[in-house]
Design a protein around this ligand. Structure first.
Ligand code: EPS
Length: 387
């Protein structure tokens, strides 16, 4: 990997840490490049009480000087304000107090397998790290990747296309400008009518003590053709994107473009025909491939779709077993969110940005951002790419 992200941190521990290694020197950054997305990740109708406690912001401890990257690893910290309420239970060091263990694993969470695998008797030793709180660290790191991509003319956006039973009409024609108001929707849906129905659906199911999953889409605009490669399975960009997306908590499905719908259609209705004219060079009139052919970007917008299951922490708990007594018992009941699909879209942007930033670093090298830019421009000229 040419650019990589490492995170550390537990949900109610002192805080989250993120290290991004592999950025070039000379990349200009503003605090908002990191904090804007951290704030966006906290929003969305259906969030629970925790987000009223947190006000996520990235504290930079390494790799930046006077708003520019140094070419060294960038380290960021995001504090857990809630730690103030958990100081005894989550202290890194031994405490005097007797701390009750959690013995009721939640179906659908890492709880049961994690305790077996890591030889824990307290489910909390698993659930704290398994919590989607970790995605705040990914989003902070994703902010760095996005700033790098922006310097190369690439923009990454997301929107919610389904929450529970409510789906938005399909849109193949979205441009970057269409995403301008997406964060004003309480569910980050581009269709106002569907967005209102999604809000109602969340309210209805929240009252019934249920949680909801959904589908979001991430799109990247301005990506050059030829990121990734057909020559080996590890370099295929669609494979790397799929891994990055499904690694997000609660993701159960991913497609590049409308992948699952394409499976039902004949080939002549699926593949994007190739055209050329003197003004545009090569171009396509459709993008059913979602911007990837043969494991390489085509230069059309990249489209990644992710399916999220409903959150496994339920206020009306499912049946489970007490791991200390082996007696049947309802699963752990905790404060939770009803749905986090709108926030998950922001996390999806971060993961796509990190994969793309890594692909740009591999293909174009360079120690300073100007070297990267020059390499990208030279390549565009060689392949006669006009966009
Ligand atoms: C989460 C449970 C909730 C969420 C949390 C993920 O936290 P708590 O247990 O403190 O109520 O709010 O998400 C975040 C803290 C976050 O920042 O997204 C879980 O069990 O995964």
């Amino acid at each position: 990997m040419a650019l990589r992200l490492i995170t550390a941190g537990e949900s109610h521990g002192p805080g989250l840490t993120c290290i991004v290694e592999g950025l070039p020197a000379g990349l200009r950054l503003q605090p908002d490049d990191l904090n804007r997305d951290l704030a966006r990740r906290q929003l969305g109708h259906g969030r629970g009480g925790r987000m009223k406690i947190e006000k996520d912001a990235a504290f930079v401890t390494a790799g930046l000087r006077h708003g520019q990257t140094l070419g060294s690893p960038v380290a960021l910290q995001v504090a857990n304000r809630d730690y103030a309420n958990w100081e005894e239970r989550m202290n890194p060091w031994p405490v005097e107090a007797q701390i009750d263990e959690v013995h009721l694993p939640r179906p659908g969470h890492a709880d049961l397998v994690g305790t077996m695998k890591y030889k824990h008797s307290d489910v909390r030793n698993v659930l704290e790290r398994a919590s989607a709180r970790e995605t705040a660290a990914r989003v902070a790191g994703g902010g760095l990747a996005k700033a790098f991509l922006r310097a190369l003319g690439v923009e990454v956006r997301s929107h919610v296309v389904r929450i529970g039973a409510v789906g938005a009409p399909a849109r193949d024609d979205l441009t970057l400008a269409d995403f301008e108001g997406v964060d004003e929707s309480p569910v980050r849906c581009l269709d106002a009518e569907t967005g209102a129905a999604m809000v109602e659906e969340i309210n209805r199911l929240r009252k019934a003590n249920e949680s909801l999953g959904g589908i979001f889409e991430v799109r990247a605009f301005g990506v050059v053709p030829g990121l990734g490669s057909h020559v080996s399975w590890e370099e295929r960009l669609d494979g790397r994107l799929a891994q990055a997306i499904v690694s997000i908590h609660a993701m159960k499905g991913v497609s590049v473009g409308p992948g699952f719908e394409m499976a039902a259609r004949p080939g002549s209705e699926v593949h994007d025909e190739i055209f050329w004219n003197a003004e545009r060079g090569y171009f396509r009139e459709t993008n059913r491939a979602g911007g990837v052919e043969g494991g390489m970007t085509t230069g059309e917008p990249l489209v990644v779709v992710a399916a999220m299951k409903p959150l496994p922490t339920l206020t009306k708990p499912l049946r489970s077993v007490d791991i200390a007594t082996k007696e049947p018992a309802p699963a752990l009941r905790e404060r939770t969110d009803s749905t986090t699909v709108p926030a998950a879209g922001v996390v999806g942007e971060a993961m796509v940005a990190l994969v793309l930033a890594d692909a740009y670093r591999r293909k174009f090298g360079g120690d300073h951002i100007d070297d990267v830019r020059a390499a990208v421009e030279g390549y565009k000229e060689r392949i006669d790419w006009r966009r």
